[in-house]
Structures are given as structure tokens and as C-alpha cells.
Design a protein around this ligand. Structure first.
Ligand SMILES: Cc1ncc(COP(=O)(O)O)c(C=O)c1O
Length: 479
């Protein structure tokens, strides 16, 4: 039977599956109804995103005002194009930059395209296998040792909701007169109260990139790039967006963004107040589980996280069931689609659009599963995942741009130790590379990759052989 995307989506929309994943509108219609009736191009009266002077500039100004920034660019190619543009605008080719190693692949692509020389900061990974904050002392140390650095690039919040001390980090960057670029793709809902952290733009970051679609009621692909100082030139950012963003931006997406910004301007207090009540209620209902554990604010130490976004619901299996099994049970038995699974935990993404019914269904499902684990109904052969393996401190032999332009070959993964990676290898989600081009492929990393495959994770950048069934990896050619 053939399946067709349009029909499959309509079918899916009629199902009872509840979305604990992006986009943040949770498939609840807030404005636009028939997409065909409002899908246009740059006709008279509707401005041009790449040369905005009318209705789109006004919309961007409203977004800048809402977030308290100097300049806001609408993005329709996600935070990805905002990250590429911000980095290009902030640096010159070949510059040294300080980069958190837990960055999304978009940041690595920016390093590659600008032929940058990154010095990595390694956020500590906690005993649950979750990456922690970037500490301000790490940035200070890196800048002291690399005075020629031209920018600092970090992610806050992380995919799992860990927030770094942006105020202190930006003060340190500014004392060296360089910009701080914050990938705040998961933090567009910050700064509106409800007990959520303040927005990085208000805390001194010079460029902040946020995906509206991840945590707010806005269409997939919609995002914002904010500039807050003249450490990054507005003209250069616009020039870079001309390269990285489509020349046919969708008016449906942009109209959805304007509606989202308007909704927040009018109703943020009400929306975030109600959201906080639902979240608190959910955390109360799930505090006494025996075998699985819903991670809460007090589980984090001050060194692990400066602050957290508890709208990211992290469910720790505590080794009593695999993350993958919990994820599958939630989807197949309870019709609850989660955002992400890792070895020992599952991530549910929530937003102001989640309902009492949704939170209630998740709380009940977790109680039910917890009881079933007591009765040993979900017994499985468990290998507790090695938690330290999101990435390792790999040796770098070549810069990224050098490695990707060398001759390369596919070699068997099991035989790849000590070779230099020619490609990115990462789990998706979250898209943080285990291996970056130019890094030496360690035996430990190969073991990590096999472990992740064994856990049923989606490892990208390796290829499964048809005949051997084993995997191969892309390495810089050895001849
Ligand atoms: C931390 C982080 N940064 C950037 C991105 C890219 O965002 P987008 O998908 O909006 O391009 C993602 C996507 O998941 C992400 O998790």
C-alpha cells in the first residue's frame, strides 16, 4: 500500500495521539484556518522579508519590542539560519571562537562555513547522563587563555532545559569586548513570567536566536534572530540572512509568527499563569512514583544548572526499564507521543497550549507504568546506558573545514579507531555531534556508537551495510 504524506497527516490529525513534542501550538488552531487562502508571495502591500520596509518590518518591530531588543529578524528557516547568520556576522574567516561542545549541529556548520578555529568548553554531564550548564568560570578561563577569540557561542537552555548564567557570561565576554551569541532555540517562552527563566536578550547576550515553533504557538520553521548591541552589525546579519534564508519566505509562516507575537503581547500573563498551574499540578501528581522518576527542580545542583526550564518534563527510568521501552509504551499503549528518548530518560515537551487533559493523561500513564514495573510486567534485558557518552573530549587533527574537503572513504565502523572523521556523527535528536569532522575516532567513541545503536537510538552519520549488516563511517582517506 502506498502512503501519501498529505493523507497520512490528515489521518494522524484525527487520531487520539497527544503531542508532547514540537511544535508548541500542539496542533491547536489559534488563527489561520485555510492555508491556501492566505498563501501569497511578495505582492504589492505585503513587503519583502529580505528588504523589509512595510508590514513585515512593523511585525519585526513588534517582536523586538516584546523581547526588549534593538533589532529582530523574522526567520522562516528555523533557528538554523539565524545561527548561521549570527556567526557569519560576528566573525571573520579563520577567527578563533569559544564554543560550547554541546552545541547543535547548526553551530558546527557555522564553524565549518566560516573556517573558524574553535576552542571548546565542555559542560559537565551529570550522573543521569544529562548535559549541564556552561559555567562562567569556564568562559573566563577560555578567554584568558585565548585572548585573540572573536566571539563566544553557547546554548542556553539546552534541549533538556538547562540554563546557564547568561548575565555573568555576557559580562565576561564584554570585558574582552567580544559578543556573546546564545542559541536560545528552546527558550522563546522565557521572560514572560510563570516561573520561567529570564530571556538571554535581557541578560546581555548580543545575539539571541530562538525557535518560536519549539515552545510557543507558532508554525514549524518559525524563529527569531535578535540583536541587542552594535558588537554584531545589523547590516552584516541581514546580508548573511540573504544567503542562508529562502528568497520565497512563506507568508503563512510569517503570519503565524505575527499572530503568536500578538497573542503573547496581549495575554502572556494569563497564558503563563495557567501553564504554571498545570505544570505544578503535574509535578505534584508524579512526585511519588517508585521506579521511574520525574526529574524536578530540586534534583539539580547549583553547579549542574544555574536555572532550569521545567516545561521540559524529563522522565528518568532509573535503570528499571530502558528509555526506549518507556517511550514505546507511552506511544503505543497510552497514545502519548514524546519528543525524545535517550538511554535512561524520556523527554516530554510542553507549552502554554498543553491542556489539563494532556497533562492528566501523562500523569496517569506514568503511574500505571510505574505500578506495572512493580509487578515486573515490563521485564527486559537491561544494560544501563553509559551516561558519559553524549560526546567525548576527542583529539582534533584537522579543522572542520579542512576535514570535510579532504578525500574521504567509508570504512567499517569496527575498524575505524584512530582514523580521522570526515563527517558528523550525532544522535537525532538532539543533534549534538559525538564526532565532528577532523576529530580522531576513538575506540571509546566507537563503543559508544554501538551502545547507542543497541539502545535503539537514531545515530546519524553512519551507514548500515547491505550485505555485512555492520556499519561504516566516513573517514579522511588514508592514502
Ligand atoms: C539547541 C538547538 N539549537 C538549534 C536548533 C535548530 O533549530 P531549528 O530546528 O529551528 O532550525 C535546534 C533544533 O532542534 C536545537 O535543539
Amino acid at each position: 500500500m502506498q502512503s501519501y504524506l498529505d493523507k497520512a497527516l490528515i489521518e494522524y490529525s484525527k487520531s487520539k495521539v497527544y503531542p508532547f513534542h514540537m511544535p508548541g501550538h500542539k496542533r491547536i488552531q489559534t488563527g489561520l484556518s485555510d492555508p491556501y487562502s492566505v498563501d501569497i508571495t511578495e505582492i504589492d502591500g505585503f513587503d519583502d522579508l529580505h528588504h523589509e520596509s512595510g508590514i513585515l518590518l512593523e511585525a519585526e518591530k513588534r517582536a523586538a519590542e516584546l523581547y526588549g531588543t534593538d533589532r529582530c529578524f523574522y526567520l522562516v528557516n528555523g533557528s538554523t539560519c539565524g545561527i548561521l547568520a549570527a556567526v557569519r556576522a560576528a566573525v571573520n574567516k579563520g577567527d578563533r571562537v569559544i564554543v560550547a561542545r554541546n552545541s547543535h549541529k547548526a553551530v558546527y556548520h557555522a564553524l565549518e562555513l566560516n573556517e573558524l578555529d574553535p576552542v571548546y568548553i565542555y559542560p559537565r554531564i551529570n550522573e543521569r547522563g544529562i548535559q549541564g550548564q556552561v559555567e562562567s568560570r569556564q568562559i573566563e578561563q577560555a578567554l584568558k587563555e585565548n585572548r585573540e577569540s572573536r566571539a563566544v557561542i553557547i546554548t542556553s537552555p539546552t534541549y533538556e532545559g538547562v540554563v546557564s548564567d547568561i548575565r555573568s557570561i555576557s559580562e565576561i565576554c564584554h570585558s574582552y569586548n567580544i559578543p556573546l551569541i546564545v542559541d536560545e532555540a528552546h527558550g522563546a517562552h522565557f521572560g514572560f513570567g510563570g516561573g520561567f527563566p529570564e530571556n538571554a536578550a535581557k541578560l546581555g547576550a548580543d545575539a539571541v536566536i530562538m525557535s518560536l515553533h519549539k515552545t510557543l504557538p507558532s508554525f514549524t520553521q518559525t524563529a527569531l534572530l535578535h540583536l541587542t548591541s552594535d558588537r554584531i552589525s545589523e547590516d552584516k546579519a541581514a546580508e548573511a540572512l540573504d544567503i542562508f534564508e529562502t528568497s520565497s519566505p512563506s507568508y503563512i509562516l510569517m503570519a503565524g509568527m505575527d499572530a503568536c507575537i500578538r497573542q503573547l503581547t496581549k495575554e502572556a500573563d494569563k497564558l503563563f499563569g495557567a501553564y504554571r498551574k498545570r505544570l505544578d499540578d503535574f509535578y505534584r501528581r508524579t512526585e511519588n512514583l517508585s521506579h521511574i522518576h520525574v526529574i524536578r527542580r530540586d534534583d539539580w545542583s547549583n553547579t549542574e544548572a544555574y536555572d532550569i526550564d521545567d516545561g521540559k518534563v524529563l522522565i528518568d527510568t532509573q535503570g528499571n526499564i530502558s528509555g526506549k521501552k518507556l517511550y514505546d509504551i507511552l506511544r503505543d499503549k497510552y497514545l502519548l507521543q514524546m519528543e525524545m528518548v535517550s538511554g535512561n530518560f524520556v523527554l516530554a515537551m510542553t507549552s502554554v497550549m498543553d491542556t489539563d487533559e494532556g497533562f492528566g493523561r501523562l500523569a496517569e500513564a506514568l503511574a500505571d507504568i510505574d505500578a506495572s514495573i512493580s509487578e515486573e510486567r515490563y521485564r527486559e534485558d537491561l544494560r544501563k546506558s553509559n551516561c558519559d557518552t553524549i560526546y567525548r573530549n576527542n583529539i582534533r587533527k584537522l579543522q572542520i573545514h579542512e576535514a570535510v574537503r579532504k578525500d574521504s572513504e567509508h570504512i567499517a565502523l569496527k575498524d575505524a579507531a584512530d582514523r580521522t572523521s570526515a563527517g558528523y556523527v550525532y544522535l537525532y535528536p538532539p543533534g549534538i555531534p559525538l564526532l565532528v569532522p577532523g576529530e580522531v575516532i576513538g575506540r571509546d567513541t566507537i563503543d559508544d556508537i554501538y551502545d547507542r545503536i543497541g539502545q535503539g537510538m537514531d545515530v546519524r552519520g553512519i551507514v548500515k551495510g547491505n550485505k555485512s549488516g555492520d556499519y561504516s563511517i566516513y573517514a579522511v582517506a588514508d592514502f
